[in-house]
Design a protein around this ligand. Sequence first.
Ligand SMILES: [Zn+2]
Length: 122
Amino acid sequence: MRKHAGQAKKLFKRREVLASGLPALAEIVRGSLVTRYRRCGKPTCHCAKGRGHGPAHYLVVTLKPGKTEQILLSQEMLPVAQQFLHNYKRWWAAVEKVSAVNRRLLRLRVAALREWRPTPCE
Ligand SMILES: [Zn+2]
């Protein structure tokens, strides 16, 4: 029981560390950045042979299978979108790690209760 309490204490501390220091939840966005260069179609334009016009940066989000939303980002909004995407990844990583800690805590609690509780035959 004592061993479980020590492990649980460490896990609570780890969970606390993982859950703190996250960016603001209000500043997240799911999706990915896509950079495109387009060809205007004029045969004499430089884009006909070289790289197309651009770059144009888009935030692309899959809403459901086969349905995406694309937002053309201005130069000013590009770093904001990058930060929000980064924040989203940090939140997801934290969610997965806290979830793993909580699974261990649940297992510990079950094990501790099993040790403590007298069996029906006793
Ligand atoms: Zn062109």
